[in-house]
Design a protein. Structure first.
Lengths: 226, 226
DNA sequence: CGAATACTTGATGAGACTCAAGCGCCGTGG
DNA sequence: CCACGGCGCTTGAGTCTCATCAAGTATTCG
């Protein structure tokens, strides 16, 4: 089966990318052979250490990349939503585990095919470099935030990040549970809960249900960070 | 003045890179016009928001990239030592401030020249993509480590990272002060001091002087990160 | 309807931050 | 040469945040 890899729709983890500006190559047209895969919630798509033969694009549902520590704790690196691409590696192996958060559909692309196409098409190479630089800026951004942030800052940043997906809609549906959020932010479930409750009490958000958050005051949420 | 940009010597922040493996292009030969700049300690090389006309390679001394928050706090993103390249941006502007930690010499390269060369040379584009992916993996590694880490873990990781530079030499000279280390790890100076003192008391390290650390027991330091 | 699971809230303690004081090194000036 | 001051580093005491342990509530699914 051949499925078009719509490059223009690629995203960094969670939030939409601003257009790549480095040497401004337009997103090239690209036809890559892809295989559609479906998965139930909470299944591993690949495991840390697996040979990185494929990379993936999310069609529907949500995927997380994570790592399990020897003491059983879990660290979540990022969430991927429809349109996002994950699993492109620098080395020969996947350096994180990828798991479905919800039932989901992904397309698996052959890494080797992309490598071949990049060898023949300089614009494609440039575009991917540009894309990688943009992703890196975003990862660095996260790194700074997580390294220095208090719990309220982290949660606020997370909510704003999730909200970016839904345009200007103040209501955000969280596809993942509290444990996922906690492992992503480096907090405990309890702290995430308390922080959300506190924000609700302060009027920054409302919580119609546990998986649904309405951002009432983005300005205040943003202020928590910078 | 024309100075060769030795690509093979490029590093990610602080630690040496393993060779880039993605599609294994050899580091291409590259001649780029570069301007040698000298700076005293604690001077800004560029400021967040400046147009990103140049990127830089450290010849001697140490450079830090950082961000200042509205409340005056400072977050350090990374330290760059001789051979390291910094200031390559995805967008039109520098998204962090770069400052000299010590007296230092850097070479400034014209971004536009590199873009032109990449347009003509696909191998160069591929190499930079591969390099960017490798850097990103490293940044993500940091991000995961520090999101969840306790103070002792962070300090241990920092020391090991600095030690990687000096081969297997157990003595490490820290080019930066305690405040820099604290702002890098997201801790306070006091906590950094206390943690180092504690590690010394436990026999993991010795502190011949405040800027010099001897790693006596790397295994234990590594264990802290699990 | 009942059980399992996810979520929320409370009490307590460990670890890191803040404020404050003391130490040590180094450069300057008498 | 030493006295002085400044700055960076270290150590101490109290406070605050967040993790832990524990209990209780809500939701989902059989």
């Amino acid at each position: 089966m051949s499925v078009s890899l719509a490059l223009a729709a690629q995203h960094a983890p969670i939030a939409g990318l601003s257009p790549a500006l480095w040497s401004q190559p337009a997103a090239p047209e690209l036809q890559l052979a892809g295989t559609v895969l479906r998965s139930e919630a909470d299944r591993a798509l690949y495991v840390e250490g697996d040979e990185a033969r494929c990379f993936y694009k999310v069609v529907s549902g949500v995927v997380r990349t994570c790592r399990y520590l020897s003491d059983g704790r879990r660290q979540i690196d990022g969430f991927y939503q429809p349109g996002d691409v994950f699993g492109i590696e620098a080395g020969p192996a996947h350096c994180l585990t990828a798991e479905s958060v919800t039932d989901c559909t992904v397309i698996a692309y052959c890494r080797r095919s992309l490598e071949t196409m990049m060898r023949d098409d300089n614009r494609l190479s440039q575009w991917f470099f540009s894309h990688a630089m943009t992703c890196m800026a975003r990862v660095r951004e996260h790194s700074l935030l997580w390294r220095h942030g208090r719990a309220a800052q982290k949660v606020a940043a997370f909510l704003l990040e999730m909200a970016e997906r839904g345009e200007s809609d103040p209501a955000v549906d969280l596809p993942m549970g509290r444990q996922d959020i906690a492992d992503y932010l480096g907090l405990t479930v309890e702290t995430v809960c308390r922080t959300l409750s506190h924000m609700a009490k302060e009027g920054m958000i409302t919580l119609p249900s546990s998986r649904r958050v309405v951002l009432q005051d983005r300005a205040t949420l943003r202020e928590l960070n910078s």
